[in-house]
Design a protein around this ligand. Structure first.
Ligand code: CA
Length: 228
């Protein structure tokens, strides 16, 4: 699942964007000033930043410059209330990938968001394979031994993270952080329910299980039995 950070000081606009994007199944965090935004974007992995140009404390251009100077290549969609060529050029010079002038249509924003996330992920593999499991990240489809497995959006997000890190033991905390927004982390028993559902759908009735519990540590997706 794609994670988006919105850095926007207009609280109503930020909330409306968050709701709209969450409806599209993105995990969304919001920062209301440049300093907080820079801190969030430097500390966590996001697939996209929606960055307002005029922000308190550190403006959008400076946030973008500092992220690029720091080697962060997360796609940045700059929002600008002004429409002068100079602003657009400064934004792109600072390292923004695209820009949108306020006021904008939500559908227009969504189209840009999709395009930016798509182009950023095009470089990476879109179908992950482990034994007879195939996880198609772009098509959001899953097959086991050729059989289509139907997952809910959230189950897919959990599996996506495990599959992207196959062979690696993932703690519940890390899994929660990867698949849920910051202020929406699930209880550990909720996470267990998702893992239980995935096991039922992917592993039940199969010769070998792929989802393993590593006691006290978390979960791992791998073809061999845990502890083997
Ligand atoms: Ca602003």
């Amino acid at each position: 699942m794609a994670r988006i950070l919105i850095v926007e000081d207009e609280v109503a606009l930020a909330s409306a964007l968050r709701r709209g994007l969450e409806d599209e199944r993105y995990a969304v965090d919001v920062s209301h000033d440049g300093e907080e935004g820079l801190w969030a974007a430097s500390g966590e992995e996001y697939d996209l930043l929606i960055l307002d140009l005029m922000l308190p404390r550190i403006d959008g251009l400076e946030v973008c410059r500092r992220l690029r100077a720091d080697g962060r290549d997360v796609p940045v969609l700059m929002l600008t209330a002004r429409d002068t060529t100079a602003d657009v050029v400064s934004g792109l010079d600072a390292g923004a990938n695209d820009y949108l002038k306020k006021p904008f249509d939500f559908d227009e924003l969504l189209a840009r968001v999709r395009a930016l996330i798509r182009s950023a992920s095009r470089a990476t593999t879109s179908v992950l394979e482990l034994a007879d499991l195939e996880v198609d990240l772009a098509g959001r489809r899953v097959r086991r031994a050729g059989d289509e497995v139907s997952l809910t959006a959230k189950e897919f997000q959990v599996l996506e993270y495990l599959a992207t890190h196959a062979g690696e033991v993932i703690s519940k905390t890390r899994l929660a952080e990867a698949a849920w927004a910051r202020d929406d982390y699930p209880d550990s028993n909720v996470l267990e329910v998702y893992i239980g559902n995935l096991r039922r759908k992917l592993d039940r009735g199969r010769d070998r299980a792929l989802i393993h519990t590593v006691r006290g540590a978390g979960y791992v997706l791998r073809a061999e039995a845990a502890g083997a």
